[in-house]
Design a protein around this ligand. Structure first.
Ligand SMILES: Nc1ncnc2c1ncn2[C@@H]1O[C@H](COP(=O)(O)OP(=O)(O)OP(=O)(O)O)[C@@H](O)[C@H]1O
Length: 259
């Protein structure tokens, strides 16, 4: 389908458009005039040393923080002032650095609750007629994150890596169009990192994501585009190979504390 010319002008073809987004904390600009566009289905890595503004960027996109100034559009709609739940309803998801899982429930129960929560906009422990559909959806998500053999395990008994995989399944509940992954490889073993790369690269093509990741190997393998941040600003954007070979980026980031 051909989009209207004005639609292109307004950025309707993009999953996400940030225009001059600034977020102040007192006198500190955690984000400073950040403009960024992500196409539907695009996989983007956001790199940058500690304090570069990556998490603040995610918080502004999700609505956990409102920007001090600037505009955020999600699939063409101005969501700048929307609360987080309204963005979830439109297909935006995120994972956090800290786990938000129900530790005493099984893998399957966690994913099922996520599916129910997203479908009704709240968590409920009472069954409904749609439950069989949601249970089937949950099974598929458990499989997509390679947890089928652990599906009846209590979350507290999972390895750290399995818990991170489960968080991805939770983010996939409903009909996500864009997922923000916040350091999904943190604390994973090399084998678990391989598994993570396989999971992320096997996601359905229409689901885009932005990944904050300190593990360059993981980030550059799963992403098709890279944004490097520094001091709350966008320092560089490009394809993984360009960014990897960029001398200024190497000096700033790859050769630094996180490289
Ligand atoms: N809630 C807050 N209150 C005050 N300052 C904050 C807050 N959140 C972030 N900052 C500051 O904003 C700047 C950017 O922080 P942010 O967490 O976005 O960086 P980051 O790139 O995600 O870093 P890291 O890799 O360490 O997570 C930092 O100087 C940080 O101290």
């Amino acid at each position: 389908m051909q989009a209207e010319p004005e639609a292109f002008a307004r950025g309707l073809e993009n999953a996400l458009d940030l225009e001059m987004v600034t977020r102040m904390f007192g006198a500190l600009a955690a984000l400073s005039n950040v403009s960024l566009s992500v196409r539907p289905g695009e996989r983007r890595a956001v790199l940058g040393s500690n304090g570069a503004g990556k998490t603040t960027l995610f918080n502004c996109i999700t609505g956990d923080f409102l920007p001090t100034s600037g505009t955020i559009r999600f699939f063409g709609e101005d969501v700048t002032e929307f609360p987080p739940q309204e963005r979830v309803r439109r297909g935006l998801r995120r994972t956090y650095q800290t786990s938000l899982l129900f530790k005493k429930l099984t893998v399957r129960e966690n994913v099922h609750l996520a599916c129910r929560g997203v479908s009704r906009q709240r968590f409920s422990f009472f069954p409904s007629r749609r439950d069989d559909v949601l249970i089937a959806a949950a099974e598929k998500l458990v499989e997509a994150v390679h947890l089928t053999s652990a599906k009846d395990k209590i979350v507290a008994d999972l390895s750290h890596g399995q818990q991170r995989q489960l968080e991805i399944a939770m983010a996939l509940a409903g009909a996500p169009r864009l997922i923000l992954f916040d350091e999904p490889a943190a604390g994973l073993s090399p084998a678990e990192r391989q598994d993570l790369v396989a999971i992320l690269t096997s996601l359905p093509a229409h689901i885009g994501f932005i990944i904050i990741e300190h593990d360059m190997d993981v980030a550059l393998r799963v992403a098709e585009s890279v944004t490097v941040m520094h001091d709350g600003r966008i320092f560089k954007e490009g394809a993984p190979r360009e960014i990897e070979a960029d001398e200024e980026v190497q000096e700033l980031y790859l050769g630094g504390e996180d490289g």
